[in-house]
Every structure is written in C-alpha cells, then in structure tokens.
Design a binder for this molecule. Structure first.
Ligand SMILES: Nc1ncnc2c1ncn2[C@@H]1O[C@H](COP(=O)(O)OP(=O)(O)OP(=O)(O)O)[C@@H](O)[C@H]1O
Ligand SMILES: O=P(O)(O)OC[C@H]1O[C@](O)(CO)[C@@H](O)[C@@H]1O
Ligand SMILES: [Mg+2]
Length: 956
C-alpha cells in the first residue's frame, strides 16, 4: 500500500518528517493490531519525503493469504478513489481535511460499498489524515459508513504521544466532521503580518551554557522567516531601562555565539518584576519598543514570572491606557501578549521537560571535576564531599551520583531521615571500603535537606565522615558549574528549541495557550506554559509540605527511574539481593564492534544491577572471537569493576567478529557450558548482525534459547530500531571541541575555512549534529552524497560570507564532510578545490580528527543513558524468562516462529518519546538496510534543514 500525502505549503519539514515517521509506525501497528497480520507478513515499510509530498509505503508479503486479501481490498478501494474523488480534493486542498473525509463518507455510503465482499476482519480500512497542524487522524471505513471517530487505537496513541500539548488544540474529529469546520490555516510562513512582526528574546535568571545558541537560533530563525529580531541587550532586566535597551539585531550580530559560554545579551534576577509595578513597567517598555512577541529563555522563576506577566497583560495594558502611558492605537495593537518560554537553567528543575538548556553542560563540569578529584582522592585514600548546585532540585546531584558512581548522594526530593542518614551513609561507605575501594565520593545538592526540612550541608557530611576516621575534604564546585562552553547536547537543544520557539510565536493566535518549548526523550515538544509552571510549583509545594512521595511522583518519570537505578546499583553486593534464590540468573555481557563511550558504563551498571538483584554477571572478553578461541569468560566481582562507570574505551575488550565469523558452534558450546540465562550485546551494526545471527541460530542451538538484548553503542549512531546509540554523544563532543579549535584558528587567519573529515560509516549523524552545534557552513553526508553543483554553490556562499567579514574575526568557517559522503572527493581534495576557486580571496585546509572522535572519557549523557539501558536490559531478561522457558519446554519443537518467543531477542532503543524493545527479527527484516549498514528511516534528517538555514546555506 502506498499513500501519498501532499505537503502543506509552509509546514515545517521537521513537523512533516516527525509525523511521517509516526504515520509509518501507526500504519504498521494498524496492520499488526487491527488486521492481525504478523510482522513477517509486512515485508517493507518506508517513507520518502520528496517533491512536496510524503509517500508512506507498506509492502505486504506475497506469501501471506491474509495480506493478499488485504491488498485486494486496498486495490479495490484505490480504484474507486477516482469516483470518490478525495484524492483530487486532497491535492487541491493539499491535505486530507475534514471535508475530504466527509466526501469519502458520503460517497462511500451512497455507493455500493465494496467491503461486503470481504471477510469481516478485513473490513476496517484506516484512512490517515494529517491536518495543517500536523495532527494525525485515523478513520475507519466500514461497510456502510466511515466511522467518524478516530479508532480506539489511534485515539490511544494520540493520548500517548500527547499531541494536544505538542501542537496546540486537538479538535475531536467527529465534531469537525459534523460541522465541517475548516482547520485553522497554517500561519508559520503564511502569516500576512509576518513582515511586521517584531520578535524579541531575553535571557533571565542565572546564566546557563547554551543560552547563546538559543539566542542565535531565535535571531536567525526570526530573520529567516521574514520578521525583525530584537534582543533585550543591555536591558538585563524585564522592567529596568527603557525601550532603548531593546535593540534590533542582525544576522551577523550573533555569528559564532554557539561556541561561547554564558549569555552575551546579559541576564539578571530582577526583584522589581516580582511586584506588579515592575511588570507594568515591563509591559510599557515592550509596547514602546514595538515588540509583538517575546521569547524568554530562563529557569523556573523566569518562566513563572513570564506566565504571570501573560495572565496579567490585559489589566496591565488597561492601566497603561488609563494612565496615558500608551496610546489607544498601541492599546489596540498589543491586546494580546504573545509569549513563549524556552527553559534555560543548569538546575533542570522545570516540570514537563526532560532537560533544560545548560543542565547537561553543568553536569559535564561536575563529572569532570569529580573525575579529577578521584585521582587525588585515590592517591591519599581520601573521602571527598562534593557540593553541587541545583537550588531546590536534586537532578544535578542525582545524575552526577550515577555518572561518577558516587558512594552516597543527598537530594531534596528524597530527604535523608534525620538522625539516621549518618549511620546509613557510614555503613555504605565502610562496605565499599571493605570491598577494596580507596576513595569515597559523596555528592551533596546545595538544597539537600533531611525529612524535617533541616538543611544538610557539606560540612555536616564532612564531620560525620571524619568521625568515621576518613581523611575527608570538601570541594564546593560553585559557579564553575555554570562556566565554560556548552556541550553538544545543549547547543543542539538550545538551537532546536530556539527555532521551535519562533515557530510557536508565529503560530500563536490570541486563543492559543502560551507555549513552553520542551524536550521529551529525543523530541522537541510544545507544552502549555501555564501547566508547566503549575506543575513545577507543585513539586516545591510538596517538598515544603513534607510530602516527599508526591514530590518524587511529580518529577518526571525519568528522574524516578534514575533514582531507583542509583539506589539499586549503589548497594550492589552488600545488601541482601532483592530476588529469591530461584529467580537468580546467570547473565553475560559482550561487546562487539568498535569502542564507544559508555560501553564500560553499561558493563558496570549491568554488573552492579545484577548483583543487587542476586544474578551472577559474566563478561565475555574480546568479543565473540575471544570466546570462541580462548573461552574468555569471567564472572565479574564488585572489586573488578570499581571506576568503570567513568572510564573510556571497553575494559572487556571488543571485537568486530560476528558469531558466524567467530565460530557459532563453539559459542553455543560455551553458552551451554556456562548455562547463561540471558545475554546482553553492546555495540554497533556488527552487534546488531550478531544478535540476529544468534536469534536465527536458536533453531539449531538450544543454548541461544535465552533472552538476548542489544544495547546500541556506536559513534555512527546507525543501529536500526533506535534513534540513539551509546557513544554518539561522547563522539559528538570530541568532534565539536575539535571544530571549535580549528574554527578559532580559521577566524584568526581571517580568510580561511577548514574541511573536516568526519567518521561514522554511511551515517551522517555525527556530521549533521556537529554542523548544528558549531554552525558549520555546510555538511556533506553519505545519505545525500556530494554533487559538484552543491559544492560550487557552497563555495559561492563562502565567498559572499568572507566578503561580508571584511577582515573581522568570528568568521572562521568549517565544512564537515563524512568520510563516505563522497568516494571521489576527500576532505583534502575539497579543500584544494575551494582554494583554487577562491583565487586568492581565501583558502581552505583539510583537517582529520580520526579516532579522536571515539572520545576520551564517556560523556555524562552516555554514562547515565548506559545505566538506564543496562538496568532495563537486565529487567527485560528477567521478565522474558517465563516466555522462553515455556517455549524451551517444547525442546526440539522450540516455537521459533512464535512472535512472543522471537521478541525475547530484542534491541533496546530510544524512539520518539519512549524507551522501546524491538524484536531483532523485525528490526533486521524491516528496519535495516543491511547492505548500507544503516536504518531505513533517518530520524535526524529534519535537523539538516535547520542547520542549513541558520548559516544561510542554499541548496541546489
Ligand atoms: N513568582 C514570580 N513572579 C514574578 N516574577 C518572578 C517570579 N519568580 C521569578 N521571577 C522573575 O524571574 C527572575 C529570575 O528568577 P530566578 O532567580 O528564580 O531564576 P530562574 O529563572 O529560575 O533561573 P535559575 O534558577 O536558573 O537561576 C526573577 O529575578 C524575577 O524577575
Ligand atoms: O547566580 P547566583 O545568584 O550565585 O545563584 C546561584 C543559583 O543559581 C543557580 O546556579 C541556577 O539557578 C542555582 O543552581 C544556584 O542556587
Ligand atoms: Mg530556577
């Protein structure tokens, strides 16, 4: 089945891309859940965005009768489309809208419905519709009518994906059909007043790394969309100064800002704004400066203020009119305050978003500091109490605790029991010492309290440890945590959120609730500002009311998951295991492929979590060939893995050989010998192939009839069934730092560009993300290839840009070229072509970071994600025991084809807003391009468009 949906003019590429993916996913789910086709009966799924249309393709297997019948059904329906005429309507209206669906309904009802000649289970046919806001609807066509409500399943998935808050109002389809109301027009680029719109950005509260990227993205996106950009330059405060402090800014003003720490437009905490008079003055200044929309980048406090400002706006302008501070024209024009929030704060304390801009950079500073402190602590066998920021939120302390495998943490959400924490902490520290650890690291959040709300300070903890007899020091990290430049994640988050904030204010109507731009797992989302503020406040209220259970529940689910993981792995091998003896397993871990940041963290977390549960963890050293040749299996003890959480490379070695290459028979023999109950494979595409080989080999080798999970880990980020692989973030940071350095060198020379060769096999992920993070002039990736026309266009753009530079700094340029983007042209050759074409006006040099991209120490993101995925993988192995056991009971007759059994070998991945397990068989058969060693669907495609337009790159 192929469905082609024409794109709406002006709908952002990222929206369409994201929803095409959802649509494809829904289609497959529909086939599986509604029509009962198994994944094996669906032989191909893909979507293509081209020529102003998205084409969703689902090919059903020819050898399935059910599938054939369904195909006939679709074919019949397709043939009747011309008489129904909805496709014509769709192409003129450019969407399937309510009117089109109405017309299908009427015409189908009037016609002799074709459905009656088909078995009843094939009756439902789902029509999909994407409205101009990107909402996805499903409609069921049955014998006599088209049900006007989205099917239950689609409705459920609506709820799950939280489209309502993501994209503004979701109007029930049935009411739309009944009244035939038209969808609101898409305003982003079509807004007739766009040229008149003045969009201002301000940063507020404590500074945070990444705020500059956010401002840069807002300014450039605003200008790109044909509006005027303003910054509250030296204003520094909402209500201080006059309109003269709100300055118009140009494209060039924000050049190079992504690589700078802090916020260049200044920030402050403004007491006056907490009072109505302060907000009144703020309103007056905005109106006098002619600002139509305001984007605030700040923390929970700033956004609380912004929300209050929004709610008070009508009364503020009333008063300004009455007191003649503004004219009646101004009053009429500025009736509605168009305001939007992006969350910039190192504290990560805003509800409804997983991360705030700056939080991961601050975490990076903390982890680096603790890694440094570890070395001196180890030398003296000392204890260190490390105090971290976070105000009333324990996120930084919790994540730092996981990432550095700290011995104990204090966070406000889970206060220590007054009078008891001393003994508990000493107990754990002593046990760790007894097990051979020479250092003790205690992380204390600055807002740490006990359950009576008494603050617990670093000094309090220090005294207790001294009493225990430990040579103890305090390190207060302070503002170092807000220092330095942003990590890649924050630059990307800030950039994508800045772009989305501009879209949100342009989409906004007086009826639209003000948006907060959030991120949930990997997806940029919009949430109603008012709800986010209220939820954030309720966490503080709950803590204040000593309702810590509620406070914890109100933090996002990821926070709770991190907390539980920390608690579990921290008592590994010391406390009584959680599971009864008969539930305890032997679980092995093996690394396959190239080293990647986070592999050690995954092994550490897997092993410690296994110990906490009562399982026995085994490491297979040096990949499958190590096992086949040298029986390199060792059970891991707590002492073996001290410090692994934060180490780079792979302590258990790694090897590219797949089981078949290594000797699958020998591997089965050793699996049998050690009686493994579960296997975790960590690695990239070879690991993916390996897991598939093991699953297929279950047919012949009983030893593989155990639950098996792949934790994707590769800097290429090319493993199917996940949008994210461990190691990609570490690599991205290494590459980004490298780019910053050469960019600075290029800027000093004035007229120079560097062409940087980027690793990643056939995947353009690294080059694409690095381009976004550093503001590269262009990136060439294998998915697109490199045409001479595009190169020539990029040289022209470079030329224009250097002309504008007129010898000023900040104009250092980099071009990123994935090694496999072109076999014909290397980075060196491209640099030579650019130099020759420039005829002396500027030059270009190649730069090859090579294996530096594998990174040194794993980034905090890779460490903490590794922990999360490893704990989930072990839980999966536990949960799947019963399924596999009952299948195994049949022995020779192992139910190989059974869907549930085949799903016991899965890839754990992050997809959209969820951590999901995808059966390896499904991922291999339908989601992988084995020849290219790539997933079929490229999820980062949309960011390429953004990266391009933010540097003014033109596509040919
Ligand atoms: N309840 C409120 N009412 C009005 N304005 C507020 C309120 N809370 C905060 N603000 C405004 O926002 C500013 C910044 O708030 P705050 O100091 O809490 O920082 P933040 O935005 O939370 O950032 P961070 O916590 O990262 O430093 C305050 O100085 C004040 O101007
Ligand atoms: O910038 P100041 O006034 O020192 O404030 C420090 C506070 O700001 C933050 O760094 C950000 O909110 C907090 O973690 C810390 O409590
Ligand atoms: Mg705050």
């Amino acid at each position: 089945m192929t469905v082609t949906l024409p794109l709406v003019n002006g709908t952002s590429y990222s929206t369409i891309n994201a929803y095409s993916k959802d649509l494809l996913h829904e289609t497959v789910k529909f086939y599986e859940n509604v029509l009962g086709l198994s994944s094996r009966e669906i032989s191909e799924t893909s979507y293509i965005l081209s020529n102003g249309a998205v084409t969703i393709k689902v090919v059903l297997s020819e050898d399935s009768t059910k599938a054939q019948e369904h195909s006939k059904r679709v074919e019949f329906f397709s043939k009747n489309q011309s008489s129904i005429d909805w496709r014509t309507a769709a192409s003129s209206a450019t969407v399937f809208n309510s009117a089109d669906i109405c017309s299908v309904r009427q015409k189908l009802a009037a016609s002799n419905s074709p459905t009656q000649s088909f078995p009843s289970e094939l009756n439902p046919l789902l029509l999909y519709s994407i409205d101009p806001l990107g909402n996805l609807f499903g409609v069921t066509a049955t014998k006599n009518a088209i049900s006007t409500k989205p099917t239950e399943k689609v409705e459920e998935s609506h709820k799950k994906r939280d489209l309502t808050s993501k994209l503004g109002s979701y109007t029930d389809l049935s009411s739309q059909l009944a009244t035939s109301v038209d969808y609101p027009s898409l305003p982003t680029k079509l807004n007739p007043n766009k040229a008149e719109k003045a969009i201002a950005v301000m940063t507020s509260g404590g500074d945070a790394q990444g705020m500059n990227s956010c401002v840069r993205a807002i300014v450039r996106s605003t200008i790109f969309k044909g509006c005027r950009a303003f910054c509250h330059g030296r204003l520094r405060r909402f209500s201080q100064g006059g309109p003269e402090y709100i300055k118009e800014v140009t494209w060039e003003d924000v050049r190079g800002w992504s690589a700078e720490g802090g916020t260049n437009i200044g920030t402050a905490r403004c007491l006056e704004f907490r009072q109505r008079e302060g907000r009144l003055l703020g309103a007056q200044h905005l109106i006098e400066a002619g600002v139509d929309a305001l984007i605030v980048c700040g923390g929970d406090g700033s956004l609380t203020g912004a929300d209050l400002f929004r709610s008070e706006w009508p009364s503020l302008i009333d008063e300004l009119l009455k007191t003649k501070k503004i004219s009646s024209e101004q009053f009429n024009r500025y009736q509605h305050l168009n305001i939007c929030g992006t969350v910039g704060s190192i504290d990560n304390d805003m509800s409804t978003t997983d991360a705030t801009i700056g939080a991961y950079s601050a975490l990076d500073r903390i982890c680096t500091a603790v890694d440094y402190v570890e070395a001196t602590a180890n030398s003296h066998s000392r204890a260190f109490v490390v105090e971290v920021m976070g105000r009333n939120c324990g996120w930084l302390a919790l994540l730092a605790g996981i990432a550095t495998s700290a011995d104990y943490i204090f966070i406000p959400e889970q206060p220590a029991v007054a009078g008891q924490w001393q003994e508990e902490m000493c107990n754990i520290v002593s046990k760790h010492r007894a097990h051979g650890k020479r250092t003790s690291i205690i992380v204390v959040a600055e807002g740490a309290i006990d359950c009576d709300l008494n603050p617990i300070s670093a000094k309090d903890v220090h005294s207790v440890l001294c009493e225990l007899g430990l040579d103890t020091r305090i390190t207060t990290l302070g503002h170092v945590q807000r220092g330095g430049t942003a990590v890649a994640y924050d630059r990307m988050l800030a950039t994508l959120q800045g772009v989305e904030a501009v879209n949100a204010v342009l989409d906004s109507t007086p009826e639209t609730p003000s948006a907060l731009i959030a991120i949930n797992e990997n997806q940029i989302t919009r949430k109603p500002l008012v709800d986010s503020v209220a939820l954030t406040k309720s966490v503080a209220d709950a803590i204040h009311a000593k309702d810590f259970k509620k406070a914890m529940a109100l933090r996002d689910t990821e926070f709770i998951e991190h907390f539980n993981n920390y608690m579990a792995i921290n008592v590994a091998d010391h406390a009584e295991p959680r599971l009864p003896v008969d539930k305890r397993l032997k679980i092995a871990i093996v690394s396959v492929g190239a080293p990647a940041g986070g592999i050690n963290s995954a092994v550490y977390s897997m092993a410690t979590y296994c110990m906490a549960q009562g399982h026995k963890p085994y490491a297979i050293y040096n990949g499958f060939s190590g096992l086949a040749r040298h029986e390199s299996v060792r059970s891991l003890s707590w002492k073996d893995i001290i410090g692994w959480q934060s180490r780079g490379g792979s302590e258990i070695g790694t090897n590219r050989a797949t089981p078949e290459e290594a000797d699958i028979g020998m591997i089965a023999y050793y699996f049998q010998k050690y009686q493994f109950d579960g296997l975790i494979v960590v690695g990239g595409f070879e690991a993916f192939i390996s897991l598939h080989q093991l699953e297929v080999a279950r047919d012949s080798y009983a030893a593989f009839r155990i639950p098996m999970v792949l934790i994707p880990a590769t800097l290429s980020n090319n493993v199917p069934a996940t949008e994210y692989s461990l190691g990609a973030d570490t690599a991205l940071n290494s590459l980004m730092q490298y780019c910053d350095v050469v960019k600075q060198s290029a800027a000093s020379i004035r007229g120079r560009a560097f062409v940087i060769d980027v690793q990643g096999g056939n995947s353009g992920y690294l080059a694409t993300c690095a381009a976004l993070a550093v503001g590269a002039q262009a990136s060439y990736v294998p998915e697109e290839g490199l045409s001479l026309q595009q190169l020539s266009q990029d040289i022209k753009t470079l030329d224009e840009s250097f002309k504008k530079a007129q010898g000023r700094g900040r104009f250092g340029k980099v071009i990123l070229k994935s090694s496999n983007a072109s076999k014909a042209m290397s980075a060196k050759q491209i640099a030579e072509i650019i130099t020759a074409e420039a005829e002396g006006r500027f030059d270009a040099k190649p730069a090859i970071p090579g294996h530096v991209q594998q990174g040194g120490l794993p980034s905090p993101i890779d460490r903490t994600r590794a922990t999360r995925l490893a704990v989930r993988a072990v839980s999966f192995i536990e949960e799947q025991q019963d399924v596999i056991k009952s299948a195994r009971a049949a022995d020779d007759d192992f139910v190989y084809e059974d869907k549930a059994v085949s799903a016991t070998a899965s890839v754990i991945g992050i997809r959209g807003t969820h951590v999901v397990f995808t059966p390896i068989r499904h991922a291999y058969d339908f989601e992988a391009d084995i020849e290219k060693r790539m997933p079929k669907v490229i999820h980062w495609q949309a960011t390429r468009e953004i990266a391009d337009y933010l540097v003014g790159r033109k596509r040919v």
